[in-house]
Every structure is written in C-alpha cells, then in structure tokens.
Design a protein around this ligand. Structure first.
Ligand code: AMP
Length: 432
C-alpha cells in the first residue's frame, strides 16, 4: 500500500481544486455540496488520474460521490459513453438491492447536467429480470449491481463485462460477510485485466485485506474518517430483557423523536415488536427480507420522506441506506458481528448531522457488547433509565442466549447457483 492521503487536508480544498469539470461543479452547487468530505478529498483526484483506490470510509462519509463524480468525468474523457451491445463501461458492485438503487440514483443525479446523457442502470434481485435485460440491451455507461443478479444476467448474455474500464467494490466487507465471495470471484474472472479498481469498505477484516492485496495495484489509500469528527453520540442502557419493549416505548414517547430506526436480530422479533408498539400507541413499520421487494421499497420510501416514524428492521437495513437527517438509531437487540454494529449506528449522524445511537442491552448481551466495544475500539459507560433499571442478577426468565459473533445476517445467505463454473484459484490475481 502506498500514498496515504491525510485526513487533515480537506478543510481548504474545493471541488474545483480536485479537478472536476464545470458541469459536475454546477450540479454540486445545485445540490448544495459546499465542501468535499474527507473521503472525497482523498479520492476524487486519484480516481481522475486513473489510479486504484482503497478507501476506508464509514457510512455517511460521502463515499458515493467520492467515486461517482470522478468516474462520470472519466467516462466522458474516454468518450466511452457510447458503449453498445450489452457492454458496460463502469461496474459498481454493492451488497444489497436498496444500495444498488440508491447508488444508481446518485450517479444519475450527479450526471444530470452532463451531455451526452450518461446511461446508468441498476440491477438487483427481487424484481423481474426481464425489464433489466431490456434496459441493458444497448449497454450502459454505468451499471450498479448486486452480485447474484448480475451473474444471472451474465448467464443469459444480457450483460457483457469485456469492456469495463472501472470497477467499484462498494461496501466490500459487507459483500464478503454476506457470502458473496464465490459470486465475486466469478464476476471478477469476466472483467478485463487492465482496469481501474476502487474498493470501499467500512471495516477491514482479514478477507477484505486478502481481496485488496490481490485486486488492487499500488492503490492510493484514503484514511478512515477520524473519530473526533464524528457527529454521532453512542449510549448504552442496561435493562432487564422483559422490560426492553416498555423502555423502548418510553424512550420514543419521552424524547418525542421525529424518526427512529430500531434494529432487531430476527424477522419475527421485528413483527412482534411492531405489534407491541402499536398496542402502546406507537405506529411502526417493519423492514425485513420476508417482505416483498415492492413492500420493502414502499416502506423505505415512507421512512425516507417522513411518513413512517418508527422503522423496525433487521440488518438488511444496516448497510448503505441513506436516510437524510435520521436522528436516532436504536439497537433493540445487538447485531452478531461487531462490524454490523458500526454499520447500524452509521445510519445516524450522517454528513455532519448530529445523531444518536442507543443500545438497549440485557444481561444475556452484556458480554457480547464488550466484544463489540473491544473489536471496534471504544468503550461506553453503562447507563440506566429510572424505572427501567436492570437488576443486578439476570432475572430467572432471562434467556441464556449466546450470541455467536460473525454469523451471516438474515435474508442474505449464499444462493446456490446451478451450473456454477469451477472456481479458479487465480481469479483474485493481481491485475497487471
Ligand atoms: P454516502 O456516504 O455516499 O451515503 O453520503 C451520505 C450523504 O451525504 C448523502 O445524503 C449525500 O448526498 C451527502 N453528501 C455527500 N457529499 C456531500 C458533500 N460534499 N456535502 C454535503 N453533503 C454531501
């Protein structure tokens, strides 16, 4: 690894100084982006120069613009906006459907003033593949895809990757933790060796390090956003398990939060919690993988535009979903993996807004929270809410539920694919 871009330099740098063209600058003015975020400062110029980039960017750091803006500009300079015959210019791989749609929308928005039009498509599962096949008929300048659906389309010859000039792996850690390694291997094998690769990851577990070492060539390394700049406050309340729901309702009512995203570990917990909150007079919606894609989209839209006040979700909402000015995230139950904890809390305190991440932990979760703290290198004081204090000993009815770290999150398990080609051990090989 190579040039580290200092996180201190962003203060005085402008988007213009980073080398963006007037059409993009004008669009940023429309969007009221005044100064680049740290990850944008570290990334944009390097991407424009065609370099590989390895960026450790926490969610909400502005990473989408960090790669989308310079990649749009590079497409223009290469005059490759005329890709045809199912070919793709820039491929962006993301772990979830919602993130695919969101990143594609961001590309479209940033490229709004560019002529000729930059063709951006998104493909992901849970919706009809036919529409996506039709949309890809003339190729696309930018394709944002989840790995599974992309492979399905590739096997139907609906998309070809032989002309890809830039590849982005967004939320690489999440893709690997969701079991997409084999899918990624297959996809990477179909890409040209000569290309620019950008890898964004919030955390750097061993699997991501292996991937970065093999995939990136002398990358520019962009540092993680420093903790001092975080606008997110974290708190942890200890509470008896059988009092959690009452505490949650109490907190929502007492604090009169405008919006709350509540995370639970299982789909049925989400459903039960929704019913209990409703009984307590708090309207909520659930968001998990048992919901059809259409319902998921509607619920998320409702939450984004403020119609839904309380959203109860499993970890499928933990990554990448950008909800503007979300004031509070509550862990009703802890996630299994320490990395998912960071992704969950990253839903709040985005783009410089103040945010609060609250974890309600019962006796059976004390130890696991310590693990989360240790792995993520922070330590919080245990607090109690008057009237909801945790007893010193675990109550007899408290389940001795052991939370096993790093189990695969709900709804995103590895899909068995028919006729899977043999995995070639050399597929992660360094690009030349
Ligand atoms: P991301 O980390 O890409 O999901 O971006 C988080 C949020 O920050 C999105 O709502 C972006 O529109 C917003 N954003 C990104 N860059 C900037 C910037 N330079 N100034 C203001 N807002 C930004």
């Amino acid at each position: 690894m190579t040039q580290a871009h200092s996180s201190q330099t962003s203060q005085n740098v402008t988007f213009e100084q980073l080398g963006l063209i007037p059409e993009l600058l004008a669009r940023l003015t429309e969007l009221e982006y005044v100064t680049p975020t740290l990850v944008q400062t570290g990334t944009i110029a390097a991407v424009l120069e065609g370099k590989d980039v390895l960026a450790g960017a926490i969610t909400g750091s502005g990473k989408t613009a960090a790669f989308a803006l310079p990649l749009i500009q590079r497409l223009l300079s290469k005059q490759s906006t005329s890709v045809k015959g199912n070919q793709i210019g820039t491929l962006v791989l993301v772990p979830t459907r919602e993130l695919a749609q969101q990143v594609a929308d961001s590309f479209k928005s940033y490229a709004k003033l560019i002529k000729p039009r930059v063709k951006v498509e998104a493909v992901f599962g849970g919706v009809s593949a036919n529409t996506q096949m039709l949309a890809l008929r003339g190729g696309a300048d930018v394709l944002v895809a989840t790995p599974g659906r992309l492979l399905d389309l590739m096997s139907n010859n609906a998309v070809k990757l032989g002309q890809v000039t830039s590849l982005v792996l967004d939320e690489a850690d999440r893709m690997l933790s969701l079991g997409f390694e084999e899918e990624l291997t297959e996809i990477l094998a179909k890409l040209p060796k000569q290309k620019q690769t950008l890898l964004f990851s919030a955390t750097f577990p061993e699997e991501v390090k292996i991937l970065t070492d093999k995939l990136l060539s002398s990358p520019v390394e962009v540092q993680l956003q420093s903790e001092e700049e975080s606008t997110l406050t974290q708190q942890v309340y200890t509470v008896n398990r059988n009092r959690k729901t009452a505490l949650l309702a109490h907190l929502i009512n007492e604090n009169d939060w405008r919006q709350v995203l509540v995370f639970a570990s299982a789909k049925n917990t989400c459903n039960r919690l929704e019913q209990k909150l409703e009984k307590a007079g708090i309207a909520a919606q659930v968001f998990h993988s048992d919901k059809a894609q259409g319902a998921r989209t509607r619920v998320l839209e409702g939450f984004k535009n403020g119609e839904v006040r309380v959203l109860i979700a499993t970890d499928i909402a933990a990554r990448g979903i950008d909800i503007e000015k979300l004031p509070v995230v509550i862990n009703y139950e802890l996630p299994r993996s320490p990395a998912d904890y960071m992704h969950r809390i990253g839903r709040s305190g985005r783009a410089g807004e103040a945010g609060l991440a609250l974890s309600l932990i019962s006796h059976d979760e004390y130890h696991h929270f310590k693990v989360i703290e240790k792995k993520n290198k922070f330590r919080l004081e245990r607090e109690q809410v008057v009237g909801f204090e945790a007893s010193e000993e675990a109550p007899l009815d408290c389940p001795s539920r052991e939370i096993k770290p790093m189990a695969a999150p709900e709804g995103m398990g590895k899909k068995k694919r028919k006729k899977m080609p043999k995995v070639n051990a050399d597929l992660w090989a360094k690009k030349s």
